[in-house]
Design a binder for this molecule. Structure first.
Ligand SMILES: Cc1cc2nc3c(=O)[nH]c(=O)nc-3n(C[C@H](O)[C@H](O)[C@H](O)COP(=O)(O)O)c2cc1C
Ligand code: SF4
Length: 368
């Protein structure tokens, strides 16, 4: 099963690079073509619907950013994933508190987007409530200070998710899959642990979710979401807490060693292992693993070159798979002129941002 990540599904303006959009009709014919190709391989395709990046949005100019409550994201340098260098870390702009009208508009737009996903012939959607994105900001009292029906009790903090899942269930076919991707633990000193996040996931399961994909760590602890430790989601104990709270299948992440992944399932930590970076490094990973060709798998180096490019709004590339992001290019053909101009600029920027010494010098030069 392929989960297509980060799809814009409301009218929110994020200020990020090109994203797939299901909040409008015009792309449905192309999404249908994509589904037909994927189905040709006997593989289901699911759309991860993101209502908004919330506190992580960077809209043009001073465009409005909304979140459950007016709390910005502060990422200390020590919490950056391996390979990402930003002296002093970074902080986002403080968002405005979303009005009830805005929350309900996002719920409606998410439900309408799910209907388009179904019309495009895809097999389901995954409602995204992870990292520090809009829906995730409602889940914990640390980020949700509201006193209305979207804040306070567990039921209220889960409301945006239960309303959305209920709404999607009501208008889609019974076999249409509705998943949930949820923050499993924020790992913040004033945060909430896996038990309470799992209890919220349970409410969403009762509202009709077919599976739960757990994601440890928010942006403030982003070294744990793109972790360099194989099997972190299992070792940290979150998987065990989620598994005992839920009845529906639990999806795990960040298990790169296929044997370790199989052991995690055999030991009852979860039911499915998702692959993100391992598939960028080797798109044949799953076939090779199924055929026992473990030594032939090109392993992800966990140096996060891909993530660095994403954070700098550059086209995706992988340091161990030169074909990644260039699959459409015929062998021997020249890159388009635009890429010939952009590539050296990107290389210089990556060189600068990849060097601790250079970044320390930049920090020193720009210090007021
Ligand atoms: C380049 C890149 C892009 C990502 N985009 C998304 C996304 O759109 N949606 C999402 O839920 N997670 C996204 N992630 C996070 C992954 O889904 C996953 O949680 C994380 O990389 C850890 O799993 P892995 O070790 O299998 O990569 C992204 C990760 C990387 C490296
Ligand atoms: S660039 Fe490739 S090898 Fe490096 S972390 Fe990303 S997926 Fe793994």
């Amino acid at each position: 099963m392929i989960i297509v990540g980060g799809i814009s599904s409301t009218s929110s303006r994020e200020g990020m690079g090109p994203a797939l959009r299901f909040n409008v009709d015009i792309f449905i014919p192309e999404f249908k073509q994509l589904a037909d190709v994927v189905h040709g391989y006997g593989t289901p395709i699911i759309a991860e619907l993101v209502p908004s990046l919330g506190r992580m949005s960077r809209p043009p100019g001073d465009g409005r950013i909304i979140s459950a409550s007016p709390l910005n994201v502060v990422v200390p340098e020590s919490s950056l994933p391996h390979g990402i260098r930003m002296p002093g870390g970074f902080a986002t702009r403080t968002p405005d508190e979303a009005t009830i009208g805005e929350i309900q508009q996002y719920e409606r737009e998410m439900i309408e987007s799910a209907a388009r996903v179904q019309r495009a012939g895809w097999d389901g959607v995954e409602v995204a409530a992870h990292m520090s994105y809009f829906a995730a900001s409602f889940l914990s009292p640390r980020t949700n200070w509201r006193t209305d029906e979207y804040g306070g009790s567990r039921e209220n903090r889960a409301r945006i998710l239960t309303n959305t899942v209920n709404g999607i269930r009501a208008i889609t076919r019974p076999e249409f899959v509705v998943g949930l991707r949820i923050l499993s633990n924020d790992y913040m000193p004033d945060g909430q642990g896996a038990g309470e996040f799992a209890a919220i996931a349970k409410l969403v399961e009762e509202a009709g979710a077919d599976y739960v994909a757990m994601a440890p760590g928010c942006y403030e602890t982003m070294n744990l979401s793109a972790t360099s430790e194989d099997g972190y989601a299992v070792d940290c104990g979150d998987a065990r807490v989620f598994k005992s709270a839920l009845s529906k299948p639990l999806f795990l992440q960040a298990l790169h060693d296929p044997l370790r992944a199989a052991q995690a399932i055999a030991d009852g930590h979860g039911d499915v292992v998702m692959l993100a970076r391992p598939l960028l490094a080797d798109p044949e990973y799953a076939n090779k693993a199924c055929q026992g060709r473990f030594n032939e798998i090109v392993r992800c180096d966990r140096q996060n070159h891909c993530l660095r490019r994403l954070m700098l709004n550059m086209p995706m590339r992988c340091s161990v798979n030169p074909q990644m992001g260039r699959e459409h290019r015929k062998s021997g053909s020249l890159p388009p002129l635009r890429r010939i101009v952009q590539a050296p600029i990107e290389a210089a920027l990556l060189g600068l941002t990849g060097s601790k010494t250079m970044m320390d010098l930049v920090a020193l030069a720009t210090r007021k």
